[in-house]
Design a protein around this ligand. Structure first.
Ligand SMILES: [Zn+2]
Length: 391
């Protein structure tokens, strides 16, 4: 988030697709967060899916971990950055040790954006900062008119707006919960139809998260904690995660967007160790999300989980933005209903954050796929592709 330097946060009824089908796969709350939080995602096959039409028994979760480099996700701790930042040898974790839950999800689903594999997946920019990235991810438009973190709230429908139009859905069943308040501008064109809690105090419908006494206490705890490692109204990830995880388990929403941001905050402080710890914690949260979704699946509910980031980082690590084209590179991990099991995927065509949105719209049968985007057919199971073509 931030804007230090010239960068950062401060600074069809699911129509389809089909055009470019590229079947090119190669394929707790913690105060002292350890670098090795442990794998929580079982390394088992996700339940097989029957290609019947969607009903209300499906939960889609989209997690964004702010400003995380694809190198760290796929290759582990960077030895050059580790040396520069004085990390000990024991801190040089492999990718699987750094983010075990993301890698377990890759093994039972699919991943895009590994360095040197395929054409890559990118934020469209041209300024690779957070609000434009979240605006692209939530609206599915590669051009949104938002080019800085100070842009106005979206006038285009977002995923939250799309899910809110499903029949018999209440605002409580559509969640946008994030650490950084800036995400509020990309959350929904009509935030009154969703549950939006962004930052410690922002989000006009945030009080819907006081659905019981324990949930209310979690919201209060997030308010009372200071903004560190962010600033202003920032809510630290562990509070955001506690609120979102309980909401997920209790409400079983149709759609949840969870925005974690401590990674980017530590990076702007040029603190690679802090960034890695925040990434390890985010991975732990992803494992908790998948554990909840696994419980839903055992109850017969369908689930789809995607994890991505809003932008990468510049070569010097601490910043990102239009001045650093390398910070356009992002990544995606997806698993669950509709996603074929194939681990790393090498796309022949360049992919974008907007394509993640298009994929969710196609799988859920909500909204309209923006003409500037393409659903990621290379990630999807053939049955879901066929189904999406007839919607
Ligand atoms: Zn930033």
């Amino acid at each position: 988030m931030k804007t230090k330097k010239p960068i950062g946060k401060r600074g069809a009824s699911a129509l389809l697709v089909a055009s470019t089908l590229l079947w090119t796969s190669c394929a707790a709350e913690r105060t002292n967060i350890p670098l090795r939080p442990g794998v929580l995602v079982p390394r088992t096959r996700a339940p097989s899916h029957s290609p019947s039409l969607l009903n209300g028994e499906h939960t889609f979760v989209l997690v964004a971990i702010d400003g995380v480099r694809h190198e760290d996700v796929f290759e582990g701790v960077d030895p050059n950055l580790a040396k520069k930042h004085g990390l000990a040898a024991r801190e040089l974790l492999t990718a699987r040790a750094l983010t075990p839950n993301l890698h377990a999800l890759m093994a039972r689903g699919a991943a895009l954006g590994a360095p040197g594999s395929g054409a890559g997946i990118f934020a469209s920019g041209p300024n690779f900062v957070s609000v434009p990235g979240y605006m692209e991810l939530m609206t599915g438009r590669r051009t949104t008119g938002c080019t800085t973190n100070g842009c106005a709230a979206t006038t285009h429908p977002t995923l939250a707006d799309d899910f809110a139009k499903l029949p018999d859905v209440s605002p409580l069943e559509i969640g946008v919960i994030s650490s950084w308040d800036g995400i509020g501008r990309a959350a929904a064109r009509d935030p009154s139809r969703a549950t939006v809690s962004v930052g410690r105090h922002q989000g006009q419908t945030r009080d819907l998260l006081r659905y019981d006494a324990e949930a209310s206490a979690l919201l209060d705890a997030g308010e009372q904690a200071g903004p560190s490692p962010g600033y202003g109204d920032y809510r630290r990830d562990r509070d955001t995660a506690a609120i979102a995880l309980r909401y997920l388990k209790k409400v079983k929403p149709r759609f949840l967007f969870l925005g974690l941001g401590d990674t980017d905050e530590h990076a702007h402080h040029d603190d690679y160790r802090g960034y890695l710890r925040a990434l390890g914690h985010a991975d732990y949260v992803v494992g908790q999300v998948q554990a909840a979704l696994g419980e839903f699946e055992r109850e017969g509910r369908r689930t789809t989980l995607m994890i991505t980031t809003d932008h990468g980082r510049e070569r010097d690590f601490d910043g990102h933005g239009g001045h650093a084209p390398e910070s356009a590179e992002v990544w995606l991990v997806a698993a669950g209903w509709g996603i074929a099991r194939q681990d790393r995927v090498e796309s022949r065509s360049t992919r974008y954050l907007a394509d993640v949105t298009a994929t969710l719209r196609v799988l859920a049968g909500v909204g309209v796929v923006e003409p500037s985007s393409t659903a990621l057919a290379e990630l999807m199971e053939p049955a879901e592709l066929r189904l999406s073509q007839v919607r």
